[in-house]
Design a protein around this ligand. Structure first.
Ligand SMILES: Nc1ncnc2c1ncn2[C@@H]1O[C@H](COP(=O)(O)OP(=O)(O)OP(=O)(O)O)[C@@H](O)[C@H]1O
Length: 346
């Protein structure tokens, strides 16, 4: 193998929106959008990551900017493999590394087929051994929670494709739920709202900018406005309108309430002792989607339990994959298989 040196371990957050790479002893070395731009006429990759993201919605006919993961899982296998290879190489630049062990995170209710696709794509990108870890478990470890204690913790990890909710104790997951409602669905809801109300068609990036810059999940918490450009569906011409935080809140009401209902449903299935612990300690919110302004307050009012947004929310999962890699030397694994690391280690 040409670019690895023996014994190096890598943690990867293979996300719908973002890929992060963590090197043991170095920390997070790469954070880029999960986007690949391809020239279809020549069947050639033109750009990967941030450069490819800039092309979304702006490409001529022969060039497409694709996102090879959808709803937290691989939807375009070939592109995922090529993207992973590129990111691993870039993350390990200038380091002579061979045949690493790679820990990759997956949504908590991924199917066997979806898990196998992640394992195969990672192996074909140059890994020696591949291990999988559930996203909320990785997020909890990355956020510094000591989940090996006989104590109930609840993590809500909201990414681009999935919201993963889990109650953990004694190093294992007790109750879990994964729903395909997260940052991407927030953007789609904004696009739909503006199309229906103003007959204005806007792109994904404009919707994401609205969500991040003026969006809110809670009434009365944010009072901002932003001018946006799009295509008027009646005249067919470019048009500009002003959108307010309150309108974004209305647009996001459905996906946000679906997440809050799922948190509620997980709490209902949680054994009483653990529920009491969660009541005392609160719920931890991680992932980029968890940064939606006011989402913590919305979940708080829906459940009556305090919600805290993790520091470095977007990096929690990859930091958790990295920290769990440190345990690899201490335990025997059967090879390329799913492991609930913390269960095995503690
Ligand atoms: N400040 C913010 N406010 C609201 N949303 C945000 C903010 N920052 C990032 N996001 C959203 O977070 C999402 C990406 O989060 P993250 O990088 O954790 O997802 P991912 O790990 O790629 O996805 P998944 O785990 O679902 O596969 C995007 O939808 C992005 O728009």
């Amino acid at each position: 193998m040409w670019f690895w040196s023996m014994g190096t371990d890598i943690g990867i957050d293979l996300g719908t929106a973002t890929v992060l790479v963590y090197l043991k002893d170095k920390g997070v070395v790469l954070k880029e959008p999960s986007v690949v731009a391809i020239d279809r006429s020549k069947n050639k990759i033109l750009a990967v990551g941030e450069e490819a993201r800039q092309m979304i919605g702006r490409t001529p006919g022969n060039i497409v900017a694709v996102r090879p993961l959808r709803d937290g899982v691989i939807s375009d296998y070939d592109m995922t493999e090529k993207m992973l290879r590129y990111f691993i190489r870039k993350g390990c630049a200038k380091r002579k590394i061979s045949a690493p062990n790679v820990m990759v995170c997956i949504p908590s209710q991924a199917t066997e087929v979806e898990k196998k696709a992640v394992i195969d794509a990672t192996k074909n990108s140059g890994a020696k051994k591949v291990y999988l870890i559930e996203e909320p478990l990785a997020a909890a470890i990355g956020a510094g929670l000591d989940i090996s204690e006989p104590n109930g913790f609840m993590v809500v990890d909201i990414g681009g494709g999935t919201a993963d909710i889990a109650v953990m104790s004694l190093g294992g997951t007790v109750v879990r739920k994964s729903l395909k409602v997260a940052g991407d669905k927030f953007d789609e809801a904004i696009i739909r709202h503006i199309r229906n109300k103003y007959k204005l068609m806007i792109g994904e990036r404009t919707a994401e900018n609205l969500k991040i810059n003026i969006g809110s999940a809670c009434k009365g918490l944010r009072d901002l406005s932003m001018p946006i450009k799009g295509r008027n569906l009646i005249t067919g011409l470019p048009d500009t309108i002003e959108i307010t935080s309150e309108e974004i809140r209305e647009a996001l009401l459905e996906p946000v309430s679906l997440i809050a209902e799922s948190v509620h449903a997980v709490l209902e299935k949680t054994p009483p002792e653990l529920a009491a612990d969660i009541m005392d300690q609160g719920i931890l919110l991680t992932g980029g989607g968890g940064l939606l302004f006011g989402l913590d307050k919305y979940i708080e009012s829906a459940t009556g339990i305090k919600v805290k947004v993790a520091e470095d929310s977007v990096e929690c999962v990859v930091k958790g994959t990295g920290k769990s890699l440190k345990l690899l030397n201490k335990i025997e694994f059967d090879g390329d298989m799913e492991v609930s690391l913390v269960e095995k280690c503690n």
